[in-house]
Design a protein around this ligand. Structure first.
Ligand code: UD1
Ligand code: MG
Length: 479
């Protein structure tokens, strides 16, 4: 963006002269979820449904988002408040819930007159910003624009009634005649409408209908009466307008979402053993020639470098895997807030566990049943079997034996273990921190090391072996 742009707010607005204000209806109970959690806080790809909707509003560069809360209002507001980002986030409570029209009426004081209002639902998580952008363009600051879709089974939905090509009404299923129920084009629940017109129409709503509710969809009728054009934008993508009412629908939409992510990865060249057996609950970035075997889960921010291979059944969260590294099956990596780094060409697993702050250099080997936490391993270091490295600094080419651990916790505080380059730690050793092993030192198997070991020395700390010749083992007494 040029630094010399004119300071005219109109040209700054991404939507020309019509700023966009989003209204997110999120007051409903979601009885069919049979959960104590408000429906809009149920998670899709680990993110609350309504947070997906807010993220879309942010992508739209909306001026504000007004969230209408009711059931679990406190919880919903607490979950969203930290996520306002660049848009003005406002909450309005709707108590009791008397219908979608009544819901949007509550938002009126929070809405300017100059904008276009985009109405969304907190339980419809996967609408894409470009779809809404097109709807806003169709509205053009003067028309009522509805997002619609043809459904093979339209029952339960509001039907889009047309007079010729123009939309004349939305009739709710319970109010519809048999003839109207045969209409397959339904209203998605998403519209773009000039704020000033919306406010006028909302004031005219009544609840004289089959459900005794204030229907937002009745504004279509008022638009027609007022000579305002009602335009429908028909989508063919059911995923974008799918709402969640039950655990089954939630799981189905989760699969649809994951399938989309898998397809996008494959289009970028990632080789997935099976796109149906992949879950991304965050952001996965891949270099070229990445291969991912079945049943892997990626959470938070994960980055895989060129030529990385991920074996089957791995869970990777908040980590960076550098080029050529191989993560063998059943490995669990959780970088938490500190992150985990796996260096170039490193081999990890099978059955390895990397915890926050594990930093592995190039060509490091971490084998089965090895746990690494808050530790740095320099290039070429190896811990191949049954080991724990916690709060340790490990030098280049160190070989850390099977069954050996750093005892980093004295019951009150954590302490560091420092292991110089080329140290060889035998099997079944306990390094009691704080302790330092000098470069090139050797620790005899079975040692409990409590004192620093100078460079190049051998440290052995265990009972001496005693051999008793011709030892007769106890025998069972005859009966
Ligand atoms: C609504 C539409 C219908 C459309 C369908 C698409 C109306 C009258 N009907 O029907 O034409 O086909 O969506 O899914 O708008 N909500 C509130 N407060 C309320 C009532 C609802 O916040 O008082 C919220 C709900 O939590 C939900 C959304 O509004 O997120 C839609 O409400 P819902 O009851 O699902 O509307 P439908 O009857 O399905
Ligand atoms: Mg509904």
């Amino acid at each position: 963006m040029s630094l010399f742009q004119p300071a005219d707010p109109i040209t700054h607005s991404p939507h020309g002269e019509h700023p966009v204000d989003v209204v997110i209806m999120a007051a409903g109970k979601g009885t069919r979820m049979k959960s104590r959690l408000p429906k809009v806080l149920q998670r899709l790809a680990h993110v609350p449904l309504v947070q997906h909707v807010l993220a879309t509003a942010q992508q739209l560069q909306a001026r504000s988002a007004v969230v209408i809360t009711g059931h679990g209002a406190g919880q919903v507001e607490a979950a969203l408040s930290p996520l306002a980002g660049t848009l003005a986030l406002k909450f309005v409570r709707q108590e009791p819930q008397l219908g979608t029209g009544h819901a949007v009426q509550q938002a009126v004081p929070a809405l300017g007159d100059d904008g276009v209002v985009v109405v969304l639902s907190g339980d419809v998580p996967l609408t894409q910003a470009d779809t809404l952008q097109a709807l806003i363009a169709l509205c053009a600051g003067q028309h009522l624009a509805l997002l619609t879709i043809d459904l093979p089974d339209p029952s339960g939905y509001g039907r889009v009634v047309r007079a010729g090509n123009a939309v004349s009404a939305i009739v709710e299923h319970k109010d519809a005649s048999a003839q109207q129920r045969a209409i397959t084009e339904i209203y998605s629940g998403i519209m773009a409408v000039p704020a000033a017109l919306l406010k006028v129409w909302l004031a005219r709503l009544d609840n004289r209908n089959a459900q005794g509710e204030y229907y937002l969809t009745d504004i279509v009728k008022f638009a027609v009466q007022d000579g305002v054009r009602v335009l429908a934008q028909k989508t063919t993508d059911a995923v974008q307008v799918a709402g969640i009412n039950s655990p089954v629908q939630l799981a189905e939409l989760e699969r649809a979402y994951q399938r989309r992510q898998a397809l996008a990865l494959m289009e970028a060249g990632v080789r997935l053993a099976d796109p149906a057996r992949l879950d991304i609950r965050g952001r996965l970035t891949c270099g070229t020639d990445v291969e991912i075997d079945v049943n892997c889960i990626f959470e938070g921010a994960v980055s895989l470098g060129d030529g990385v291979t991920i074996g089957a059944h791995c869970v990777l969260a908040n980590c960076t895997i550098e080029a050529g590294a191989v993560i063998h099956p059943f490995t669990h990596i959780d970088g938490g807030a500190l992150g985990v780094q796996v260096g170039e060409g490193a081999l990890v697993g099978p059955f390895a566990r990397l915890r926050p702050g594990a930093q592995l250099g190039a060509q490091v080997h971490i084998g089965n049943f090895v746990e690494v936490k808050n530790s740095t391993l320099a290039a070429g270091a190896k811990a191949n079997h049954l080991a724990y490295l916690g709060d340790a600094t490990v030098g280049e080419r160190v070989n850390f034996g099977a069954g050996s651990i750093t005892a980093n916790y004295d019951g009150a505080n954590k302490h560091r273990t420092t292991i110089g380059a080329d140290v060889h730690v035998g099997s079944n050793c306990v390094l009691v921190a704080p302790v330092t092993l000098g470069a090139g030192a050797t620790v005899g198997g079975g040692s409990t090391i409590t004192k620093d070991l100078p460079a190049g020395a051998l440290g052995v700390a265990r009972g001496k072996q005693v051999n008793l010749a011709n030892w007769a083992r106890p025998a069972k007494k005859p009966k």
